[in-house]
Design a protein around this ligand. Structure first.
Ligand SMILES: N[C@@H](CCC(=O)N[C@@H](CS)C(=O)NCC(=O)O)C(=O)O
Length: 290
């Protein structure tokens, strides 16, 4: 569990904060997952919304709290926790009511969460290629340099290599002009493999680990929604996963966290139309690289 040490934190004032504070962004998958979890549990929290498009997460103040410059970050009575799945496991231990990690399923859920976290760069690659036009995804070197320099650079007292992976992702987009076809096809295939497995599991019970909703469903619902928005044919390729998604989506606690439409929805719809015409849609990219 990534609980920051005092030496990792430059914005010391948060060490005196009381109560439960969450730094988050409306459109971030990790934030959406965390907000659904808090909602299902009925936990009261204070929100600090950061607009990622305006780079509100790349200030000295915020990177003084989260040296990776990512959302979400949880502060609970002065304790600072980063990494969404760690935040959720921490919250489960602090607020056990309405168990979302039942003890007898804990190991299975942890494995499903690890699989989800391992695919984070893949969901980001599909998002950046199939939800946003490429000019919106290119970060100037000056911005990346600023990001590189801000924050303590340590997590749990150790030099943090995670930041290098972040920088590589954004620099690769600039170098190649976009998320490449290979990167997109690889991401697609990683998801297809995992979701094929889920299709078998979900043929036997309504939720990923059995008859009840757990944190595994919350986490993977958000990815499923993001895949659909990125034009991944989820319902067609994985019928049982599609039914599971629809089941969760009919619950307002889930659905309200992933609003569709709006300006981003309009941009994505236009992008998909343009990609279909140009032969650069997700399905064509996957077929071409097979
Ligand atoms: N493994 C991390 C991933 C966090 C992450 O990548 N968050 C994204 C939003 S979903 C973010 O903050 N992106 C900001 C950026 O890329 O500049 C977690 O689970 O918390």
């Amino acid at each position: 569990m990534v609980v920051l040490l005092e030496e990792d934190i430059q914005t010391k004032e948060v060490l005196d904060w009381k109560g439960l504070h969450l730094f988050h962004f409306s459109g971030s998958t990790c934030s959406q997952k965390t907000r659904i979890f808090l909602q299902l549990k009925g936990i009261e929290w204070t929100g600090h919304h950061l607009n990622l498009a305006r780079k509100e997460h790349h200030t000295a103040w915020y990177m003084g709290i989260n040296p990776r410059g990512l959302v979400p970050t949880l502060i609970h009575d002065g304790k600072v926790i980063i990494e969404s799945n760690d935040i959720l496991e921490y919250l489960e231990a602090q607020f056990p009511e309405r168990r979302l990690i039942p003890v007898d399923k804990a190991e299975e859920i942890r494995a499903l969460l690890k699989a989800e976290d391992d695919l984070h760069m893949d969901i980001r690659a599909l998002t950046m290629r199939f939800m946003f036009p490429s000019f919106l995804t290119k970060r100037p070197e000056s911005e990346l340099k600023k990001y590189e320099e801000l924050g303590s650079g340590t997590v749990e007292g150790q030099v943090d290599s995670h930041k290098q992976a972040e920088l590589k992702f954004w620099r690769d987009i600039v170098e190649h002009g976009k998320v490449t076809d290979d990167q997109a096809a690889r991401a697609f295939n990683h998801f297809r493999t995992v979701l094929n497995g889920f299709d078998k599991t979900l043929a036997n019970h309504p939720f990923l680990t059995g008859g009840e909703v757990t944190l595994a469903d919350v986490a993977w619902y958000i990815y499923a929604q993001r895949l659909i928005s990125s034009s991944y044919p989820l319902h067609k390729l994985h019928p049982a996963v599609g039914q599971w998604f629809d089941r969760l989506h009919s619950d307002p606690s889930f659905r309200n966290e992933v609003p569709s439409g709006g300006p981003i929805g309009a941009i994505t719809t236009l992008l998909h139309a343009a990609q279909t015409v140009r032969g650069t849609s997700l399905q064509r990219v996957v077929a071409k690289t097979a």
